[in-house]
Design a protein. Structure first.
Length: 122
């Protein structure tokens, strides 16, 4: 069982990710933007972070960069979970420290597989 933080401004997406991963036995916390996620991360440690890119207040790429500066998140796997498909955004996310990319919409099995891959890396 892993501890996972899912960050997305879409309530339905947060609920879906949480539901799928809880069925796999994981503990899942959610945040609706990067500001809320960063605040959570400064007070809690998780095993994997899943983040959207396009969010108000702080986008996912900025969140990745800031998380990498939090000592306990320097090596935590971070997967971008987004509708974005541009190579530029993928490159920017990777440069900031993202470890993976999962395109929305996705099926639950792909989400589970992505999380499992990240857990075996950490």
């Amino acid at each position: 069982m892993a501890k996972i933080l899912a960050v997305d401004d879409s309530r339905s997406m947060r609920e879906m990710v949480k539901s799928v991963l809880q069925l796999e036995g994981h503990e899942v916390w959610v945040a609706e933007d990067g500001v809320e996620a960063l605040k959570f991360a400064r007070e809690n440690v998780v095993d994997v972070v899943l983040s959207d890119i396009n969010m108000p207040n702080m986008n996912g790429i900025s969140l990745v960069a800031k998380l990498r500066r939090v000592e306990s998140y320097a090596n935590t796997p971070i997967v971008m979970l987004t509708t974005e498909s541009s190579d530029y955004k993928k490159g920017k996310a990777k440069t900031m420290g993202a470890d993976g990319w999962l395109q929305k919409p996705f099926d639950p099995e792909r989400l589970i597989k992505a999380v499992n891959v990240m857990l075996t890396r950490s």
